[in-house]
Write a protein that binds this ligand. Structure first.
Ligand code: NAD
Length: 438
């Protein structure tokens, strides 16, 4: 089988590589000539465990290739995936300009039957827009080429994307005819040998499923963050409360870890987009609006704790930051709480030294030389007045506390992910501030 994946970012590249791994012949397309040249040279533009080896292996086997020209992969292909970005527009709605520009290009080049599958996260009705744009281009060409559209939202998690794609908990596919369903089933069969389901449904339901999933996960995060803040005020420990509620099977223990608010390229924009979709259709999603508001508050929670500790005098304080990516095992800093904290600290006149195992290059693109980038975690602590743990990378879990104490001028730890033991740190002479930890 031969397919094309348009958009070679986190989703497109991982999907393309994983389909190639299953024996499919995949052409990955991107508008960025730089990105494609890097990929052709064997350089992987994103950090994602397991991806580099998989790409190399499949390029060598000639099952995976890269191009900027959609036409190059078109001969013999049966399916085109659209996996380009859908950033938030100014009003919060998903900006479809990249998706629709790919649809236009598809209409300009297809010559035989094709299934056009949207993997990007898009609002209800987008597949119909894609269908119209393609048909319009075919009309302009005065040709009649049959094609179908389908919706196949992606649920992979950055940091575990390859594993998630190879062993998905479920695959959601929105279709409007059986033939498309058969093609998609054949393509995905190798990934459901674990008996996890392929859920076929109508296109609108598939489109909304992705937003509903992200909104639900964001809701759990904001919920537990609010309870943690209440624990802070009332002198309770969120870890006890979390275990107390998580052991109820109706609630479960996943996704109820408090922190510094959700970030990344998906939750913030998808929450905004579903609120906007509902609003545009005359309905207000009050719960999800509150989730967003609670998250905005939470992104400032460490800064507020620092401001209180330093009695609003952060000028010339030096703060060490561990972790820049929005979560571990990725170099993605989009909407990361660390960046919001750093910007606030700089505004308040503080100086920042930061370390991250993977995201420093990305952070440099955003923050330039406004902060110091440390060569290792301990170098980020030399002579600091306090440190903040912002991303729970594995290597930060059991640090050498003695070394930290020797290096830090002020032995103050703000633990944005609740990974340290407050009692132990207090015993070692540190002042510890977590999220809802008494
Ligand atoms: P990304 O920004 O990493 O990659 C998008 C790629 O599309 C870029 O390389 C860009 O150059 C390319 N592109 C843009 N316009 C193009 C065009 N006209 N032709 C060809 N290429 C084009 O984005 P991403 O994180 O991979 O997300 C893609 C979509 O998948 C979004 O809708 C996102 O919401 C969704 N999604 C993302 C994740 C995630 O964890 N990142 C998970 C599930 C779903």
């Amino acid at each position: 089988m031969r397919i094309i994946v348009v958009g070679s970012g986190y989703v497109g590249l991982v999907s393309g590589a994983c389909f190639a791994e299953s024996g499919v012949n995949v052409t990955c397309v991107d508008v960025s000539a730089d990105k494609i040249q890097h990929l052709k040279d064997g350089a992987i533009p994103i950090y994602e465990p397991g991806l580099e080896d998989m790409i190399k292996r499949n390029v060598e086997k000639k099952r995976l290739s890269f191009t900027t020209d959609l036409k190059e992969g078109i001969d013999g292909s049966e399916v085109i995936f659209i996996a380009v970005g859908t950033p938030p527009g100014e009003d919060g709605s998903a900006d479809l300009k990249h998706v629709l520009s790919v649809a236009k290009e598809i209409g300009q080049v297809i010559t035989k039957h094709m299934v056009v599958v949207t993997k990007s996260t898009v609002p209800v009705g987008t597949s119909e827009k894609i269908r119209k744009v393609i048909q319009n281009e075919l009309n302009k060409r005065k040709v009649s080429v049959p094609f179908d559209v389908a919706s196949n939202p992606e649920f992979l998690k950055e940091g575990a994307a390859v594993d998630d794609f190879l062993k998905p908990e479920r695959i959601v596919i929105g279709i409007d005819n059986e033939k498309t369903g058969e093609i998609m089933k054949r393509l995905y069969m190798p990934f459901v040998l674990n008996n996890h389901p392929i859920l076929f449904m109508d296109i609108a339901s598939a489109e909304i499923t992705k937003y509903a999933a992200n909104a639900m996960l964001a809701t759990r995060i904001s919920f537990i963050n609010e309870i943690a803040n209440l624990c802070d005020i009332l002198g309770a420990d969120i870890n006890n409360v979390r275990k107390g509620i998580g052991s109820d099977s109706r609630i479960g223990s996943k996704f109820i870890y408090p922190g510094t608010g959700y970030g990344g390229s998906c939750f913030p924009k998808d929450v905004k987009a579903i609120i906007k979709t509902a609003h545009d259709n005359g309905y207000e999603l009050n719960v999800i609006k509150a989730v967003e508001k609670a998250n905005e508050y939470q992104k400032n929670v460490i800064f507020s704790k620092m401001t209180m500790f330093f009695k609003s005098n952060l000028k010339n304080r030096v703060i060490g930051i561990w972790g820049l990516s929005f979560k571990p095992k990725t170099d993605d800093i989009r909407e990361a709480s660390s960046i919001i904290l750093i910007e606030k600290l700089l505004q308040a006149g503080a100086k920042v030294k930061a370390y991250d195992p993977a995201a420093m290059e990305e952070a440099k693109k955003h923050l330039g030389n406004k902060i110091e980038y440390a060569a290792d975690p301990y170098a980020a602590l030399i002579d600091v007045d306090a440190m903040a743990l912002m991303t729970e990378w594995a290597e930060f879990h059991l640090p050498d506390y003695k070394k930290m104490a020797d290096l830090m001028k002020g032995k103050v730890i703000f633990d944005g992910r609740n990974i340290y033991d407050p009692d132990e740190l207090n015993r070692l002479g540190f002042k510890y501030f977590g999220i809802g930890r008494r």
